[in-house]
Design a protein around this ligand. Structure first.
Ligand code: NAI
Ligand code: MG
Length: 342
């Protein structure tokens, strides 16, 4: 069946990375592409970073493939397109899988003895995407500024359930609830209480552990192999997932999914990388891996696996961009992946 996909190039390296990803998806699936505008270029053209047409189109498509947008400094009241999309489509779960790639230098401390290759990592972070410290409720006067950290039973329940369903589907055997309930007794206390209850139906096949966020930040550096699926609130998830991307080679290789009850949007973790835009050197891996997550979400699991394997093979062949220690250009990596599909 033809899948209808809204693609949003965005700004900076967006158009060049999206072109490669679309051409690869076309090799794997029957897709009708619909273009949507968003980001700074859209703002300059339409006076808004997220035109209503884009939201309407997104709701009429099976999925959204998004690259990255620039948020320009110094424009008061500028509203970020990606944050707007997450809100408009109620994309409550932010999923970031972290999988090591062959021939990508990983930090030497990752659980391996000196002079040996670190063990490959395979884990995921699920971040609550709609509330917490990013609920957008802030106040300021001359002497004080406050931000309201909202934790609700409903959002906590659905995010933990999402994490367990993901663990089940991907054959993980442990989920870690990450919190700071020792200090944030009421808000994270609620997250923890609800999380433990939501975990019960999955025991004993999937174990539930909980851990305090600062110790998790330390353990991610020291022994990242401890983790399988981490589920946490908005701010903690934001910070831990950038930290985790460094363990597998940095922003250029990390994909993400934003998933809601009805809609889903897939995007690389990195931003618009204006410093390298138009030079043909950006790493397409995060974008391609995001496309693989999209295919899996659309029920095209074998095609998703095929794409992930083709990416891994390109790395085995040492075809990789500058940011991960290679010399290949964007185009070389995309073409290597295309060849490896067959
Ligand atoms: P960034 O992720 O764009 O770049 C950080 C560094 O990583 C830069 O040196 C860049 O060249 C490098 N990098 C990023 N993606 C890469 C890739 N695919 N291959 C090779 N190197 C890559 O983050 P930065 O510089 O903080 O932000 C730039 C713009 O992007 C800002 O306007 C920011 O607001 C926006 N942004 C947008 C996001 C989104 O659309 N979801 C997320 C993060 C930032
Ligand atoms: Mg971030």
């Amino acid at each position: 069946m033809v899948k209808k996909i809204l693609y949003i190039n965005g700004d900076g390296v967006g158009p060049e990375l999206m072109a490669g990803a679309r051409s690869i998806v076309d090799e794997l699936a029957d897709v009708e592409w619909v273009e949507g505008e968003a980001g700074y270029a859209a703002y300059l053209k339409h006076g808004t970073a997220l035109p209503n047409d884009t939201v309407v189109s997104a709701k009429a498509c099976d999925a959204v493939l998004f690259c990255a947008v620039t948020t320009p400094p110094g424009i008061p009241n500028y509203k970020s397109a990606i944050i707007g999309m997450r809100k408009e489509l109620d994309l409550y779960a932010n999923l970031r899988p972290f999988d090591s790639l062959p021939n990508v230098p990983a930090p030497s401390w990752t659980g391996a003895p000196a002079n040996s290759a670190p063990a490959p990592l395979h884990f995921a972070i699920v971040r609550e995407n709609t509330e917490g410290l990013y609920s957008g409720i802030e106040e300021a006067d001359e002497v004080r500024a406050t931000a309201l950290r909202v934790i609700t039973r409903r959002a906590s329940e659905r995010i933990v359930k999402f994490a367990y369903e993901y663990a089940k589907k991907r054959s993980f055997s442990k989920v870690t609830l990450v919190h700071k309930a020792n200090v944030l007794r009421k808000s994270d206390g609620l997250f923890l209480e609800v999380g433990r209850a939501a975990a019960k139906p999955y025991a004993p096949a999937i174990a539930c552990e909980d851990a305090i966020v600062d110790s998790v930040a330390m353990r991610l550096v020291k022994s990242p192999g401890d983790f399988q699926v981490i589920v946490t609130t908005n701010l903690f998830g934001d910070i831990l997932s950038d930290e985790a991307s460094a363990l597998i080679g940095g922003l250029g290789v990390a994909p993400s999914a934003n998933i809601g009850q009805k809609y889903a949007l897939f995007e690389p973790v990195h931003g618009s990388a204006p410093d390298i835009a138009g030079k043909g050197v950006a790493n397409p891996t995060g974008m391609l891996r995001s496309a693989a997550l999209m295919l899996a979400h659309l029920g095209l699991e074998p095609e998703a696996r095929k794409l992930e394997t083709a990416i891994e093979s390109a790395y085995k062949q040492n075809i990789k961009t500058l940011d991960v220690g290679g010399t290949a250009r964007t185009h070389d990596v995309v073409e290597a992946v295309r060849k490896n599909l067959n």
